[in-house]
Design a protein around this ligand. Structure first.
Ligand SMILES: Cc1cc2nc3c(=O)[nH]c(=O)nc-3n(C[C@H](O)[C@H](O)[C@H](O)COP(=O)(O)OP(=O)(O)OC[C@H]3O[C@@H](n4cnc5c(N)ncnc54)[C@H](O)[C@@H]3O)c2cc1C
Length: 377
């Protein structure tokens, strides 16, 4: 099979590149082996920087609405984080005094939403909090097993029964000016969020739960759908297992499911993520990139890989594939002329140019797509 570009990895970086290439009329395939960091997404795009408008436009075309507001976002454990571009699920507050009085609503038996931590934190900043629980007969089957009482399963039930929850909350509500709810609404259709906001008698803020992230999964589904609507080929649940790389050029890759059928392309984009997604693999003595054996940026001295303080910023999280200025991956010190690396597989090697986290994933994808469109390879 022949494509203009084959992207290895269908997370945020791979999908951003794939959508942008298809929009430019390039025949693109994405091979993606499984879960990605979007499934754990807080809803806050870190380091979007000057590309905020371009990012928001790409997401809007996919049906993903974002807020470009500078402020503070309330995290699942009750801490705050700076935000400048978020998914629409996230309420960005101007400061930490989020309201005079807040009603925090949870579901009976749902342990992945930390209402008590959130109340403790908000009360320190002068918000009086009341916590109440909602219990629906339609969710009793989930409560039979603690492993079923997870955000995504609740969200599936809520797609159908959100109006009953709203009715219960209207009874619970007294004089609070803010109602806080877990992010378990709108798995398939984000318009439910607006309907809930309209139906309740106070401002509503949806707060993150423990993973999986409902807004993140919805976003991943919408981006994938956008890529496919544009004509892209998404090989879900497949994995690139080997690559033909000779004289500084990749000619094709093979995948587990396609067996002997090879994927040929003019350009290849490596978007396989960091350790979390096995884009980079460690053994007790080595750190390596498993598909191409690319050059990695990391210290030889193993004791410099990590810090004993578990909560410290860990150096190994910064390790990544080395690239040239145009993001061509390096192998044995030389750029592979048609292979680019984007997203978290870069670690913090290009932090100054592209930022970190989601900002890095999206902005490196844009940079490579612009390079390919300009034929600067
Ligand atoms: C748990 C977690 C939570 C995060 N939350 C946030 C957040 O809230 N905000 C933020 O700004 N950043 C967050 N980040 C940072 C995150 O890394 C980026 O935001 C971004 O989503 C990374 O995207 P990516 O496409 O580079 O990698 P990934 O999302 O890791 O995707 C890589 C994909 O490649 C696939 N893959 C790997 N090897 C192969 C192969 N051989 N063949 C085919 N497919 C393969 C993997 O299965 C995976 O689907 C988080 C990171 C983690 C690990």
């Amino acid at each position: 099979m022949r494509f203009d570009t084959v992207i290895i990895g269908g997370g945020l970086a791979g999908l951003t590149a794939g959508i942008s290439l298809q929009e430019a009329g390039r025949k693109t395939a994405i091979v993606s082996s499984g879960q990605n960091a979007m499934h754990f997404f807080s809803g806050n795009f870190e380091s979007p920087s000057a590309d905020r408008d371009r990012i928001a436009a790409l997401f809007a075309a996919a049906g993903v609405r974002t807020n470009a507001i500078d402020g503070q976002m309330l995290m699942p454990m009750g801490t705050f984080r700076d935000a400048s571009l978020t998914l629409e699920d996230v309420t960005v507050f101007p400061d930490r005094h989020v309201a005079d009085k807040a009603l925090i609503v949870n579901f009976t038996g749902f342990h992945d939403f930390f209402s008590t931590f959130i109340a403790d934190a908000l009360e320190q900043d002068g918000t009086a909090c009341r916590i109440r629980f909602v219990r629906l007969p339609e969710m009793e089957h989930l409560r039979l097993s603690p492993s079923e009482m997870r955000s995504v399963n609740i969200a599936r039930a809520m797609d159908e029964h959100w109006e009953k929850v709203v009715a219960d909350i209207r009874i619970l509500h007294k004089d609070e000016d803010l109602i806080l709810l877990p992010q378990v609404f709108g798995l398939k259709d984000a318009s439910v969020l607006d309907k809930i906001r309209t139906a309740l008698p106070a401002r509503v803020a949806f707060i993150g739960t423990m993973p999986p992230s409902v807004p993140g999964i919805r976003t991943q589904m919408l981006l994938k759908r956008r890529f496919e609507v544009l004509g892209g080929t998404y090989l879900m649940g497949d994995e690139v297992t080997s690559a033909a790389l000779h004289d500084g050029i990749v000619s094709s890759v093979t995948t587990r499911n396609l067996d002997t059928v090879r994927l040929f392309a003019d350009h290849f984009i490596l978007a396989t993520g960091g350790y979390f997604s096995k884009g980079i693999v460690t053994t007790p003595t080595q750190v390596h990139e498993p598909l191409f054996g690319l050059d990695l940026d990391f210290p030889e001295n193993r004791s410099a890989w990590y810090r004993a303080d578990f909560f410290a910023d860990q150096p190994f999280m910064n390790f990544g594939v080395k690239t040239d200025e145009a993001l061509h991956a390096l192998k044995d010190g030389e750029p592979v002329r048609n292979l680019f690396a984007i997203g978290s597989i870069l670690g913090n090697t290009r932090k100054e140019d592209f930022g970190t986290a989601a900002g890095l994933a999206i902005r490196t994808a844009f940079a490579v797509v612009d390079n390919i469109k300009g034929e600067n390879v």
